[in-house]
Design a protein. Structure first.
Length: 232
């Protein structure tokens, strides 16, 4: 979270717990609307309007918008306006290829640290996805999907890379949801993670690399070239 630098020798202003919770609520709801395409690319986000909508101060809204800006979901122009970031195929393609490099090139490190606890954590996140799918909660499914992949990658113990993967995940999900333009089979989306979990439980790095590369490269259909490049 970005904060304005306090003047030298001045105490930083205190943030109340209620203010922090309200900012989290605003952030979460705007993130959901942007990822689902409810807030369209390049549409304006007016602080005063949002403050009235969420019954909070403009400072609380500004804090939430700054977090969204850090994720690349909005574009902030100081003293001008904030707008929803674009969602372009060119960006999504590069982010998917980056995901392939980050997640698949770290499998050997991951396998050295994989254990029964990781298996249980991932199985729990798969069940979270299944529950969201049965509730027709597309955003919840996407959030649990991201949590699954982050938990898997965090076993590789590369903490400086994790924020990069987190940004890749949310933008790829946003593009996938907006590109689909129709109701998707959410249960099928959840079940796509089963081969990943099976390969991990078998402690088979070659199989895990194969299924993970296929999983990532087929998130969005960009044609056969991306799938071909995804092969080991």
């Amino acid at each position: 979270m970005v904060a304005e630098t306090a003047p030298r020798h001045a105490a930083a202003p205190a943030v109340s717990k209620s203010s922090g919770r309200r900012s989290e609520t605003v952030f979460g709801e705007l993130q959901r609307e942007i990822v689902l395409g409810i807030a369209r690319p390049e549409s304006a986000l007016i602080e005063l309007d949002l403050a009235k909508r969420f019954d909070c101060s403009q400072g609380t809204v500004r804090e939430a918008l700054m977090r969204l800006n850090e994720e690349g979901l909005v574009t902030r122009l100081p003293r001008r306006r904030t707008s929803v970031a674009q969602c372009r195929p060119a960006d999504a393609r590069v982010l998917i290829e980056l995901r392939l490099n980050i997640e698949c090139d770290s499998i050997d490190r991951l396998m050295r640290r994989a254990d029964d606890d990781l298996d249980r954590v991932l199985h729990g996140k798969l069940n979270d996805m299944r529950n969201a799918a049965r509730d027709a909660d597309e955003y919840g499914l996407a959030a649990h999907d991201r949590a699954f992949h982050l938990a898997l990658f965090e076993a590789a113990d590369l903490p400086l890379v994790t924020p990069i993967l987190r940004r890749c995940l949310i933008h790829v999900h946003r593009f996938k949801i907006m590109k689909s333009g129709q109701v998707r089979d959410l249960e099928e989306t959840a079940e796509r993670h089963v081969p990943i979990l099976d390969a991990l439980r078998a402690r088979d790095p070659l199989r895990l690399s194969e299924v993970l590369r296929h999983h990532i490269s087929t998130i969005v259909d960009f044609g056969p070239d991306l799938t071909e490049r995804a092969s080991p």
